[in-house]
Design a protein around this ligand. Structure first.
Ligand code: NDP
Length: 330
């Protein structure tokens, strides 16, 4: 296994590992706590220093599980980065229990800290834009949490470039701490935001990215190529929307061709797909998801695999995908 690589998260001083581990649909839900613990062990032992989470994951349970594991491990607090995300709440139906108002940001942060059993979060992200709350209120609320020592950095997830810039401009004008990072979906089938929409924002404000679903929820492992396997995320009851989003005849066709190419260059498809994300210099970290130890061990090989993605291979991938996003012509 090759050495973990670290880089600055955007233009902040925070050193983040290029691969990280997330807990969506797995911790507190699809997998037992023993598997979650092994995944965190494998990640940490291999130099992963960032663990991603959110209040909505398993309605708070994912943060509880991760918090208990962190407590049990007693890893020194300054050796890892933990994120929380605020917006969706934990399932409460009252209007104050979600969104990006000062009230929910303040309460959501305190509740997350309680579930994690931590004194502060390294990263706190606005999980979606809130059309009902002025961005100014959100920026102020994040700044205040920072001043109180409850969070160290903050950012956004699935915000538009315009919304991110609005937050930045307001923060700058008022000498407040602005967002440093965006968490968008990025994989071979979902490219526009990372490759086109944010291209100016990387330059102007030094935006970092913690990208999610590098395998399109497992589709890019190739295991859906022939027949539908059992015991996988896209077969879980209630997640039909995720299956419909990711599994289409067109994508399966591409995935089959990508599998052949990966094998030809001596890689597995998941490793080639994750390495492909890593090749983008605007990707600060690729958040891995895994329901089994063997998946994580396999996916960690992506670091070393980057060398095999030569310009010739990247071109062949483009030809298979045929979906390179286009930059505006001016
Ligand atoms: P992926 O697209 O990589 O999907 C991970 C899933 O794919 C695994 O749980 C497993 O599911 C399957 N898989 C992974 N590796 C392999 C392998 N080698 N062989 C076969 N199957 C494999 O990432 P996620 O969608 O999990 O996203 C990663 C993280 O990003 C999340 O945990 C979360 O922290 C974050 N995220 C953030 C979002 C946001 O809105 N900000 C939204 C979504 C995720 P299975 O075994 O069940 O098939």
């Amino acid at each position: 296994m090759s050495e973990m690589q670290y880089n600055n998260l955007g233009k902040s001083g925070l050193q983040i590992s290029r691969l990280s581990l997330g807990s969506w649909l797995t911790f507190g839900k699809q997998i037992g706590d023993d598997v979650a613990e092994r995944l965190m062990d494998i990640a940490y032992e291999n130099g992963i220093n960032f663990f991603d989470n959110a209040e909505i994951y398993a309605r708070g349970e994912s943060e509880r599980v991760m918090g208990r594991i962190l407590k049990k491990k007693s890893w020194i607090r300054d050796s890892y980065i933990v994120s929380g995300k605020v917006f969706f709440g934990t399932g409460g139906q009252m209007p104050t229990q979600k969104g990006l108002s000062r009230k929910h940001i303040f309460e959501g942060c305190h509740q997350a800290l309680e579930r994690f059993q931590l004194d502060y979060l390294d990263l706190f992200l606005c999980h979606r834009p809130d059309k009902k709350t002025p961005i100014e209120e959100t920026v102020w609320a994040m700044h205040q949490l920072f001043m109180q020592g409850k969070i160290l950095y903050w950012g956004t997830s699935e915000w538009s470039a315009q919304e991110i810039m609005e937050a930045h401009m307001f923060a700058k004008q008022n000498h407040l701490i602005g967002p440093i990072v965006e968490q968008p979906e990025y994989n071979m089938f979902c490219r526009h935001k990372v490759e086109v929409e944010f291209s100016q924002v990387y330059k102007t404000v030094g935006l970092g990215t913690t990208i999610w679903s590098p395998l399109a929820s497992g589709l890019l492992s190739g295991k859906y190529n022939e027949q539908f396997p059992t015991d996988t995320r896209l077969g879980i009851e209630g997640l039909e929307w995720l299956k419909d989003k990711n599994i289409t005849a067109e994508k399966i066709e591409s995935t089959k061709k990508l599998t052949e190419l990966a094998n030809e260059i001596g890689l597995s498809l998941p490793v080639m797909s994750i390495a492909w994300c890593l090749k983008n210099p605007n990707v600060s970290t690729v958040i891995l998801g895994a329901s089994k130890e063997a998946q994580l061990t396999e996916n960690l090989k992506a670091l070393a695999a980057q060398d095999k993605l030569t310009s010739d291979v990247l071109e062949r991938i483009e030809l298979i995908l045929g979906n390179k996003p286009v930059h505006p012509a001016f």
